[in-house]
Design a protein around this ligand. Structure first.
Ligand code: BES
Ligand code: MN
Ligand code: ZN
Length: 483
């Protein structure tokens, strides 16, 4: 697929579909009145009678309306002028594309998606996500990407950047959607390798022997139960002077989480291929930053393991020694993500980053606290967290802070070892998990993002198929490239 600026007479030149962003005050939108005139008043009749809704993401498809040389005209609601933000642009463009992508199309032209830079980029990325589904292994695909998306009136730079962001979001989504027999630590590392090659990132891949010599005992403890050997991937992007300290991005890459001996029931295990979404998010962000030539230095650390049961798997009561030297008593083998991240955070801290952010599908408790559409933020540095929160607000993605009071740490004190890998009971489970991670970030400003809710959609949305969502790739692409 390609995204280009529409240079043609948008009403007159033939194409497969024209998508019209349709605001509540459509009478004042020139592209709607022009299309209305061309169709002899058809659009205004349907809008006035309420047959066409202008509510955000509501789509109406008209088949070859007389007067317009497009095979289809799609009206997608964008709501009131005050709704015209990145979230509406992203979702309405996605909904429009999703509505017409059940067949392959050559040229789809989109009109009325102009706005501030982040709005235009959000529209482009949204359209690209709307026409890509999770049907990776189906002979009969349910969604098809058009060959060309022609954008009318957008700034060409926003089309180019939005396209890079959209491809990165779709990369993350695809990795999350790949089944765990296809995507496991080694094959994930290969995917990272190909991104690195394509966009000139430097890459280091630690195999099991290297992880042992680096004394990554916490990550290795989780990995023991699987015949698939673990990997730790370090990617570096240099977009600023070498003297500028990097920002570290850390990702949980549990390619399948059975829970281990604290085994999950079938229903809870079914979607646990998504447990590498944190690492996939980091890879998507690295790709986007490189393509946008962000003016910063980045180091990414992704911890890749499979959490299974076997005669050699880690057990309850085991004590693991993390790379930092801290000892960890295992009270629940299903609290494995924090064990993987403990060593990844320690590796990241070794690069003396100015700040760290980690992404992880870490706790069901975070979904209980915030629902499925909001990621939890937990930090030791409120300014860094606020910077992330405002970038997410600008992009129309949802994050919310959870409190990190020091008394939560009491819950993870160990009896046999320094710390234990769960709190006392379930309450505040997202926070006790974050408190565990905080033990491994030294004094570096750090924000933990629990994406357990939004990373994987159980059911489809109007603007996006179910499965991997690519949540927060847009936010960090914008955050990192905006300075
Ligand atoms: N990967 C899960 C968390 C998760 C749950 C992600 C639902 C996405 C959707 C994590 O490894 C886990 O199992 N966490 C436990 C922690 C508990 C044992 C302290 C949980 O949330 O139940
Ligand atoms: Mn688990
Ligand atoms: Zn997990």
């Amino acid at each position: 697929m390609q995204c280009v600026l529409s240079l043609s007479n948008w009403l007159g030149s033939p194409c497969d579909a024209i998508v019209l962003a349709t605001p509540e005050n459509w009478r004042t939108a020139t592209h709607i009145t022009e299309a209305d005139q061309a169709t002899g008043g058809l659009l205004s009749r349907l809008l006035e009678s309420g047959e066409i809704s202008t509510k955000p993401c509501k789509t109406t498809v008209l088949q070859s309306p007389a007067g317009i040389s497009a095979k289809q005209v799609v009206l997608v609601g964008i709501g009131a002028p005050s709704d015209w933000k990145a979230i509406t642009a992203n979702r309405s463009a996605g909904a429009a594309l999703k509505a017409i992508s059940s067949k392959s199309r050559e040229i789809v032209r989109l009109v009325g998606f102009t706005g501030a830079g982040e709005i235009e980029r959000a529209a482009v990325a949204g359209a690209m996500a709307g026409c890509v589904g999770q049907d990776l292994f189906r002979k009969e695909k349910s969604l098809f990407q058009p060959e060309t998306l022609e954008w009318h009136g957008l700034q060409e730079e926003n089309i180019r950047k939005g396209f890079a962001i959209g491809e990165s979001v779709n990369l993350t989504r695809k990795l999350v959607n790949l089944p765990p027999n296809y995507l496991y630590p080694e094959s994930f590392a290969e995917a990272a390798q190909s991104v690195a090659q394509q966009y000139q990132l430097s890459i280091e891949i630690w195999d099991k022997a290297k992880l042992e010599s680096e004394r990554c005992g916490s990550l290795l403890g989780v990995a023991r139960g699987s015949v698939k050997e673990p990997r730790l991937v370090i990617l570096q992007y240099r977009g600023a002077e070498p003297s500028v300290a990097p920002i570290a991005l850390v990702g949980k890459g549990v390619t399948f989480d059975s829970g281990g001996y604290s085994i999950k029931p079938t229903d809870g295990m079914l979607t646990m291929k998504c447990d590498m979404a944190g690492a996939a998010t980091v890879l998507g962000i690295m790709q986007a930053a490189a393509r946008l030539q962000a003016r910063c230095n980045l180091v990414a650390v992704m911890g890749l393991v499979e959490n299974l049961v076997s005669g050699d798997a880690f057990k309850l009561g085991d004590v693991l020694t993390a790379r930092s030297g801290k000892t960890i008593e295992i009270h629940n083998t299903d609290a494995e993500g924090r064990l993987v991240l403990a060593d990844c955070l320690d590796v990241a801290a070794g690069f003396s980053p100015s700040k760290i952010v980690d992404f992880a599908t870490l706790t069901g408790a975070c979904c209980v606290a915030l629902g499925n559409d909001i990621s939890g933020l937990m930090t030791n540095a409120v300014e860094w967290q606020t910077e992330i929160q405002s970038a997410a607000d600008r992009c129309g993605e949802f994050v919310w802070p959870l409190p990190m009071h020091s008394f939560f740490s009491e819950q993870i004190a160990g009896k046999v070892a320094d710390i234990k890998n769960v709190g006392e009971g379930r309450w505040g489970g997202a926070i006790t998990a974050a408190k565990f991670l905080e033990e491994f970030v030294q004094q570096i400003p750090w924000t933990h993002i629990d994406i357990a809710g939004p990373a994987f959609l159980d059911s489809p949305k109007a603007w996006c198929d179910a499965g991997g969502s690519g949540t927060l790739v847009r936010t960090f692409a914008e955050l990192l490239s905006s300075s």
